[in-house]
Design a protein around this ligand. Structure first.
Ligand code: GLN
Ligand code: ZN
Length: 717
């Protein structure tokens, strides 16, 4: 190739794509519902891309990325780019969305979390039969669209090593490199100067064979005759031993996450370093001294300023947040504000320092918790107090959220519905849920969580130390977004949060009703948290607030309290060396939240995701009396590893992600399989997860079959 083009002085690794007002969500959902055409969806996509490039250029950013837009997921886009579309989807009306969401006949591709974020990607399915074949329409189309607007861009593509590692198919490396070479040559022919290949998998522990694959991949791509200059981006941590490997290949630029990782000792003379000094994972303003110090400590031929990762993980702009406290707002930066920081750092006009928050309380610190009585003692006390049948049937907490309730919440916020009227509607919904469960014959009831917009935001709204946003949406998967609260100060609980609803629900029935709380790790994981305290101290503060709620529920006569921790797995550090420490404090925080409960109070916990088997020891260490866990969705795979589990366990008996009603026989067979590996006296019967996204019709039919299956097995005891 010709002499290396100069890398722009400022860039970002990627940008949000759902639209500042979630335009893509609306367009997708309308297309899926058959209310609009594919052409209309593509038009919205093109508009969003145009807006993004124009805005980034206006803000003064030099290096504009392209191909960071996606109609659903960039990993799925990469599979399509490389021709890795499994045969069974090819005849679907729309193969892309068939892979993403399934059809009546086809299950979708498996979905899982993107590294340690709450973004989910579709796992590419690659077998020996997969034939890789380049289909470069999307990246080329985006380059051309931007060029027509007067913008030269750098296409962003997932790199071959990460792509194959995510698919568990690194052995196909040599086969996939061909299409990558063709892509490079097509981009070069298009006049593209730089291409960005993302390799976040290189910040995880890698074996010598995997590192050798990195070397092979980038030596081969580097040797391509006609190609743009190569920029290999890493993020979410330190490259560690992968850095010298990459540095030894002909790639022209390497991206380093200097927020999570330190400035490497390595001498990178000869390379450009794209220095990620503005965090793409939090919402805080960048401390300019720290960023400038990192920039000047890097030893390379050229250092340019960037974000630590794609800005996909933060909301669009603070300009859409009129209700945030101005003092807090001063400390914040969302995507647009972060771009402005990158630009200012690149121009070396130091961006103004963020004001230092007033911290009050000393950090809670990893405080000890008292031990609950041994499980056997608790189990006996609870059995006497609860009088449950064997194989008790329960649910995970939420019941379908009706459109009326969501509209009522919006009306309260808009000031058009009095709070008291809203609360009466919530009570009416609770009563309906209780009556339904009684009629169906469930054993442990729930109130259905109708008062919650979201299992984290609801608590954030009722705790001091958190702020919630009006438009701070972040893509979770496909058209789904969450609005993570901002945990900015010391956490405390000014008043009981759930006691009112739990006691109302219990007043309607003689059956036990579970009090329902979100655990400290999950509340923290699904919020943007302050970075001036170690994460574990923040989690302990939240744990103390939940602990007070547990005490109050117990004093109000609630006999079973569930503290959910679906995000326990997500925060697991990417490097093994740090995992033990994390699991230790995460478990300690959970126990601190729950250990104030007396022996007669039954503590439940709930976890999602079938890859929980990796952390089963930690789940056991939570010491909950009953653990409910996703199982049916993955065909009961988890049953293979739970035989050592010492307390109550409810492996889900049906997948709540699908509208399908499970048959009695299906549920019965999953229960029989559970009974082969666990003592029957410790098995609970429940769906995989909450029922919030289902309809009442589906829920009623499904739970009726679950109760019938449990009764059949009980009759044999
Ligand atoms: N209790 C919550 C619910 O049922 C749990 C949700 C979750 O696990 N993500 O909705
Ligand atoms: Zn769940």
């Amino acid at each position: 190739m010709s002499p290396t083009p100069v890398f722009p002085t400022s860039t970002v690794l990627g940008y949000p794509r759902i639209g500042p007002r979630r335009e893509l969500k609306r367009a997708l959902e309308s297309y899926w519902a058959g209310r609009s055409s594919r052409a209309e969806l593509d038009r919205v996509g093109a508009e969003l891309r145009e807006r993004t490039w124009r805005r980034l250029a206006e803000l003064g950013l030099e290096g504009l990325p392209s191909n960071t837009f996606s109609l659903y997921d960039h990993v799925l886009d990469t599979a399509v780019l490389l021709g890795a579309v499994p045969k069974r989807y090819r005849d679907a009306a729309d193969p892309y969305f068939a892979m993403a969401r399934g059809t009546d006949e086809l299950a979708p591709l498996r979905m899982t979390k993107w590294f340690d974020t709450n973004y989910h990607y579709l796992v590419p399915e690659i077998g020996p039969e997969t034939v890789f074949e380049l289909n470069a329409a999307k990246p080329l189309g985006e380059v051309r669209q931007a060029r027509a607007l007067g913008c030269e861009t750098r296409p962003v593509v997932l790199g071959p090593v990460t792509f194959l590692l995510l698919a568990g198919a690194l052995e196909r490396l040599d086969d996939v490199l061909g299409p990558y070479e063709e892509l490079l040559s097509a981009l070069a022919a298009e006049g593209v100067a730089w291409v960005q290949l993302d390799e976040p998998a290189l910040v995880c522990d890698r074996t010598p064979e995997e590192l050798a694959a990195v070397r092979r991949a980038y030596e081969r791509l580097g040797a391509a005759a006609a190609r743009p200059a190569l920029f290999v981006a890493s993020y979410f941590g330190d490259l560690g031993e992968a850095l010298p490997v990459l540095a030894g290949t002909p790639v022209e630029a390497i991206g380093l996450d200097l927020v999570r990782g330190g400035v490497p000792d390595a001498d990178l003379t000869g390379k450009t370093v794209v220095a990620g000094v503005v965090s793409g994972r939090d919402v805080w303003r960048t401390a300019p001294e720290r960023a400038l110090a990192a920039l000047s400590a890097v030893r390379a031929s050229r250092v340019t300023v960037s974000t630590s990762c794609s800005l996909l993980h933060v909301p669009y702009t603070l300009a859409a947040e009129p209700d945030l406290d101005p003092a807090l707002k001063e400390r914040l930066a969302f995507a647009e504000e972060k771009v402005a920081e990158v630009v200012a750092l690149a121009r070396a006009d130091r961006p103004a320092a963020a004001p230092v928050p007033e911290t009050s309380l000393p950090p809670a610190g990893p405080v000890a918790h008292e031990e609950r009585s041994p499980y056997q003692v608790r189990a006996a006390a609870q059995a006497a107090r609860l009088g449950l049948p064997p194989l008790p049937v329960t649910t995970i907490g939420s019941f379908p959220q009706t459109g009326e309730l969501r509209a009522a919440r919006a009306a309260v916020a808009a000031g058009t519905l009095p709070q008291a009227d809203y609360e009466r509607r919530v009570e009416a919904e609770i009563e309906r849920v209780i009556r339904l469960q009684e009629r169906l014959g469930l054993d442990v009831l729930v109130h259905g969580e109708p008062e919650r917009n979201d299992m984290v935001q609801y608590f954030a709204e009722h705790l001091d130390g958190f702020a919630v946003t009006r438009n701070g949406w972040v893509q979770s998967y496909g058209s789904r977004c969450t609005r993570p609260p901002i945990l900015h100060g010391d956490v405390s609980r000014p008043a009981p949060i759930t006691v009112r609803w739990a006691t109302y629900a219990q007043s309607l029935t003689r059956k036990p009703v579970k009090g329902m709380l979100t655990g400290p790790v999950t509340i923290t994981a699904w919020s943007f948290v302050r970075d001036d305290l170690p994460l574990c101290d923040v989690v302990f503060q939240v744990a103390d607030a939940i602990r007070e709620e547990v005490r109050d529920l117990e004093s109000a006569g609630v006999r079973i309290i569930q503290v959910d921790e679906p995000a326990l797995r997500e925060l697991l550090p990417l490097r093994r060396a740090a995992q033990g420490d994390y699991l230790e404090w995460a478990v300690a925080a959970y126990r601190r939240a729950t250990s104030g409960a007396g022996e007669g109070t039954q503590i439940h916990t709930h976890l999602c995701y079938s890859d929980a088997d990796q952390i089963l020891t930690a789940i056991d260490a939570l010491d909950a009396d009953v653990t409910t866990i996703e199982s049916a969705r993955s065909g009961g795979r988890i049953l293979g590893s739970v035989s050592g589990f010492g307390r109550g366990l409810g492996p889900g008996v049906y997948d709540i992600h699908s509208p399908r009603v499970p048959s009695v026989a299906e549920v019965e067979s999953l229960l029989r399989r559970a009974a082969e590996v666990l003592p029957v006296g410790r098995i609970w019967v429940n769906p995989d997860c909450g029922l919030k996204t289902r309809t009442y019709e589906e829920v009623e039919a499904s739970l009726a079959n679950v109760v019938t299956a449990a009764r059949r097995l009980r009759a044999e005891l």
